[in-house]
Ligand binder design. Structure first.
Ligand SMILES: NC(=O)c1ccc[n+]([C@@H]2O[C@H](COP(=O)([O-])OP(=O)(O)OC[C@H]3O[C@@H](n4cnc5c(N)ncnc54)[C@H](OP(=O)(O)O)[C@@H]3O)[C@@H](O)[C@H]2O)c1
Length: 264
């Protein structure tokens, strides 16, 4: 973590369910090993997915739970696992078709007023989900963490990114390399994208990987990339991609490879 802080990466993205409910506790061990760390980092975590897991034998169907009781219990568990007094940013992990927005709002109020969560957002929400929940919450829903990458450019083309820009919501891009498929898949789209990235990378004296991150970072919606690599050099390359400026034609050339067609 100290190496990451040295290159400016200070935010960790977690969820209560990650690693079959074990990731937050594991990260808590990291924080306990260096007591100075907790104050220097920001923690994002998420609640509402309920997995089928041996740890929860009472659960017989995977579901979402946005009840106040579940949201508050999830945050309390995360705080205990992390050995921390607060979460920097709490996200509702996925839109819940059984959601009572008033109950979510009450849970957010309680967590905010007790200082246990400093800010709120959502994940995988379409504009209509965001619009519904934000009508009820006193705290603004500051971010929406969604899948965006050259392997999944749809949010640029449908209403998702325009809605976020219109409403000052920060997009966080999960799977920015399509979970690595952009560089490992043998599907034709990935092969075409690698060729195009190689050409543009050559022009910028950068790597193909950096151009893939720059394609997201250059967008005027101010996307925050949630890189999933466990390889320090790859994370450093992603940070350095912030300095690469693509021109409009380069951006569209990559979009064309991503969608398989020219814009009309
Ligand atoms: N909100 C949600 O619903 C949601 C859903 C999924 C994920 N997330 C969050 O988003 C984070 C990132 O997602 P992700 O892990 O799918 O993102 P990602 O950064 O697109 O994928 C990471 C994977 O790609 C591999 N990779 C990266 N660059 C590569 C390269 N040049 N060549 C070969 N392999 C490469 C990494 O391997 P190495 O480790 O070997 O580099 C790693 O296995 C997750 O950790 C999670 O926090 C959120």
């Amino acid at each position: 973590m100290n190496m990451l802080l040295d290159i400016g990466v200070d935010t960790v993205d977690l969820a209560d369910i990650y690693g079959d409910y074990a990731a937050t506790k594991l990260f808590g061990e990291v924080l306990k090993a260096d007591p100075t760390l907790s104050k220097r980092i920001q923690i994002v975590t998420k609640a509402d997915i309920v997995l089928l897991s041996e740890k929860h034998p009472e659960v017989y169907v995977q579901h979402y739970d946005t009840s106040a009781e579940h949201i508050i219990a999830s945050v309390e568990q995360s705080l205990q696992d992390l050995g921390r007094d607060y979460i920097d940013l709490l996200l509702i992990h996925r839109p819940d078709p059984f959601m009572d927005p008033l109950e979510v709002s009450q849970a957010f109020d309680e967590l905010y007023n007790e200082g246990k969560v400093h800010a709120f957002g959502v994940s995988n929400f379409m504009p209509y989900h965001h619009s519904l929940l934000s009508k009820y919450t006193k705290q603004p829903l500051l971010v929406n963490q969604i899948e965006i990458s050259l392997m999944h450019p749809n949010p640029f083309l449908d209403s998702q990114i325009p809605y976020m820009m219109e409403n000052d919501i920060t997009p966080m891009a999960w799977s920015p390399t399509g979970g690595g498929r952009l560089f490992t898949s043998e599907e034709q789209k990935a092969i075409n994208l690698r060729l195009a990235l190689g050409v543009i990378a050559h022009n910028h004296n950068a790597t193909a990987e950096q151009i893939a991150y720059a394609w997201l970072l250059n967008h005027p919606s101010n996307i925050v990339v949630v890189a999933g690599s466990s390889n320090f050099k790859r994370v450093k390359a992603a940070v350095e991609a912030e300095d690469i400026l693509l021109d409009r034609q380069e951006w569209f050339y990559l979009l064309q490879q991503a969608t398989g067609e020219s814009v009309p």
